[in-house]
Design a protein around this ligand. Structure first.
Ligand SMILES: C[S@@+](CC[C@H](N)C(=O)[O-])C[C@H]1O[C@@H](n2cnc3c(N)ncnc32)[C@H](O)[C@@H]1O
Length: 199
């Protein structure tokens, strides 16, 4: 299993605002492109991949949407619209979701009433978790452990405060080089490096 976490710092939890956050300062297209690159290759859909989308911009508490190919996820195509549809559906079909509650919306699509710290802390209990960070260890010299989890932010920096505590719990950092890339480009490179290394 390979897992990606994309933290959308400006990602809205209002389903009716998702579409209008494409191409604006919220840059929700970063999330859509990351999802597409996590799952799709030419003429195929990857097994053993999951992506968590964390929507931080909320009036009450953040939401975490999980897409999972092994649980029967269906995306209507490899375009932004297909991803928006799923995110909207998850939010629209979970009115009254309580804090910390998880609801299965459709095969391979679920939503939870919690955010970044809780998700990463939970995963750190059983999985190796790597934060994508320009100043981290070189990806080419890193020997990945089984079932890795990769954490990225969207177009905004990851808040240093939330990372400090997670590092104490075992969060590692990896770098893809000196250039600051789009999150979606990082997803492509990680998939490529893992494919080449035979994971
Ligand atoms: C567009 S960048 C964020 C830019 C933001 N202004 C900042 O200063 O962090 C999105 C995310 O991709 C990852 N990333 C981008 N370039 C990277 C690199 N060369 N090595 C490792 N991770 C990278 C990081 O997780 C980063 O937070």
């Amino acid at each position: 299993m390979r897992t990606f976490i994309i933290r959308a710092r400006k990602g809205t939890t209002r389903w009716d605002k998702i579409r209008s956050s494409i191409g604006t300062k919220e840059h929700f297209e970063v999330v859509a492109h990351s999802v597409i690159n996590a799952f799709f290759v030419s003429s195929d859909f990857r097994d053993d991949v999951e992506i968590y989308i964390i929507l931080d911009s909320s009036e009450d508490f953040p939401r975490t949407i999980k897409l999972s190919s092994n649980d029967g996820l269906s995306l209507a195509g490899f375009h932004e619209e297909a991803v928006l549809e799923l995110v909207e559906k998850a939010l629209k079909d979970s009115p009254g979701l309580r804090k910390d509650e998880t609801k299965i919306i459709a095969p391979g699509l679920q939503i939870s009433g919690f955010g970044f710290e809780k998700l990463v802390n939970n995963l750190l209990e059983t999985r190796p978790v790597y934060l994508l960070d320009k100043k981290g260890d070189d990806v080419r010299t890193t020997k990945f452990e089984e079932d890795p989890v990769f954490v990225l932010s969207d177009h905004l920096a990851m808040p240093a405060k939330s990372i400090k505590g997670l590092k104490r719990h075992g969060l590692k950092t990896i770098s893809l080089g000196k250039k600051m890339l789009f999150a979606s480009q990082c997803v492509v490179i990680i998939n490529y490096e893992l494919d080449r290394a035979g994971y």
